[in-house]
Every structure is written in structure tokens, then in C-alpha cells.
Design a protein around this ligand. Structure first.
Ligand code: APR
Length: 233
């Protein structure tokens, strides 16, 4: 894989979706332990379902911004791009990105804890909702990776990181592993590494190149540099 792009909440901020750790971010208003852990779900499933119902509803009105669109353009211009997103929104898909891994799951998917079937889901889930496959009531949970759970498709991601020439990290604070460690994997594979973020992330010193600014502004400029051949890596 030539180019691996990791995205985080910052890429969707200009589309109007709250990040997690900025002031007024989701973790300023909600306790992680309550809404983003298996224990929290066991203690109060209704609270957890409502938290994700509200965020799923938000997706009906949000639109991709120039950063998402630029990444879709990058993929159209080359055949060696993989976007790995920590985001659970659908803005990369809306922008047209096809080579995409949702490592932390998707708001528009749910999973039955009884039969493990994953379904598309665009509406609210309640404790009375039934699994379409096994018919059990109250077993549907968001198809989201919570703290303490293993992110999805790690083998595919790891393979791509270890064979990439360019690693771009966009809009992520570098607080959450394993994603925060991807830059090290890419570096050890000899890749050029760049951070495009509003401010230096926790792991900023790990990146060879850093461009700080709004994703909607810096990502299109960087993508144009790649596509024009100005950037050699
Ligand atoms: N453009 C670029 N970067 C931005 C913008 C913007 N317009 N707005 C905010 N940012 C940056 C912030 O400066 C911050 O460094 O985006 C980053 C967002 O960080 P977090 O809120 O921590 O989000 P993220 O890194 O995606 O979180 C990782 O944590 O709770 C979990 O599972 C959740 O996937 C999420 C994971």
C-alpha cells in the first residue's frame, strides 16, 4: 500500500460533528466509562443506546467538508491509497472514498450480542428492538469499538502500515492506541510521515513533517502536492 491515511475526529469538526477531547467535546459532557465501555453498556444499556441514537440522527444532516473530498480525490488519482478512520460517522463514504476501514466501527451499524449478526441501522434502537436474524429482544448494541475492545481489521491495517511509503495522520489527538502507534509502524517501514492537525498532537514529535491548521484548509493543499508530483516520498 503506497499511502495510508489515518483520520480522527478533527477531520469531521468542520462538518459540525463534535470531537472528543476539545473543549465542548463529547468527553466533556459524557463519562467515557458510562457510554463507551462494555461495563457501561451492561450497567445502563438505555443510556448507551440513547447516546449513539442521538449521534446516528446527526448523520442525517451532516455533509463532508473539503478535507474528506480531497481524500476522495486522492484515491481517484492513485490506486494505492487506504484510508483508516477512527471516526464512526459516514463522511468519508459520502465524499466518495472507497478504500476505507472503520477501525472503531460505524454509527450506521448495529450488532446482535446474541447471534453476532451485524446490520445496517439508520434509526433509533431501543431496548424493545428485536434482532432481525434471531428474533431476540433487547440484544442490539451499537457496532462501535468501546474502550477495552479490539479495533476492527487490525491485520489488514498492520499489513498496509508495514508496506506504505507515506503515512498521513489527520485530525487526531494521538491519545488512543493502537491508532496512536501507527506512525511508529509506518516509520519502521521507512515511510515518510506527516501530521495534518489543528495543533501538535501528543505524538507530534514522531512525525517527520507537520502541518498545523484546519483540516478543510491544509488537507486539500497537501493532496494537491501529492497529485501534482511536487511531494516526493
Ligand atoms: N482540523 C484539524 N484538526 C482538528 C480540527 C480541525 N478543524 N478541529 C480539531 N482538530 C484536532 C484537535 O486539535 C485534536 O488534536 O483533532 C483532534 C481531535 O482529537 P480527539 O477529540 O481526541 O479525537 P480522536 O483523536 O479522533 O479520538 C480518538 O478516542 O474516544 C475515542 O473512539 C474515540 O475514535 C475516538 C478516539
Amino acid at each position: 500500500m503506497g499511502i495510508v491515511v489515518l483520520t480522527g475526529a478533527g477531520i469531521s469538526a468542520e462538518s459540525g460533528i463534535a470531537t472528543f477531547r476539545d473543549a465542548n467535546g463529547l468527553w466533556a459532557e459524557h463519562r467515557v466509562e458510562d457510554v463507551a465501555t462494555p461495563d457501561g453498556y451492561e450497567r445502563n444499556p438505555l443510556l448507551v443506546l440513547d447516546f449513539y441514537n442521538k449521534r446516528r440522527r446527526e448523520l442525517k444532516s451532516v455533509k463532508p467538508n473539503p478535507a474528506h473530498l480531497a481524500l476522495a480525490k486522492l484515491e481517484q488519482g492513485r490506486d494505492d491509497v487506504l484510508v483508516v478512520t477512527q471516526n464512526v460517522d459516514n463522511l468519508h463514504e459520502q465524499a466518495g472514498t472507497k478504500s476505507l476501514i472503520h477501525m472503531h466501527g460505524e454509527l450506521n451499524k448495529i450488532r446482535c450480542t446474541e447471534c453476532e449478526t451485524v446490520f445496517d441501522c439508520y434509526d433509533d434502537i431501543t431496548l424493545a428492538s428485536k434482532c432481525e436474524k434471531c428474533g431476540t429482544e433487547g440484544t442490539l448494541r451499537p457496532h462501535i469499538v468501546w474502550f477495552g475492545e479490539m479495533p476492527f481489521m487490525m491485520d489488514e491495517i498492520s499489513y498496509a502500515l508495514h508496506s506504505c511509503e507515506l503515512f498521513i495522520s489527520i485530525g487526531t489527538s494521538g491519545n488512543v492506541y493502537p491508532a496512536a502507534g501507527f506512525v511508529q509502524s509506518a516509520r519502521s517501514a521507512g515511510a515518510h510521515t506527516v501530521e495534518l492537525n489543528l495543533e501538535p498532537s501528543l505524538g507530534a514529535s514522531m512525525f517527520k513533517e507537520k502541518v498545523h491548521g484546519k483540516a478543510g484548509e491544509v488537507v486539500p493543499v497537501y493532496v494537491n502536492k501529492i497529485l501534482s508530483g511536487e511531494l516526493e516520498f
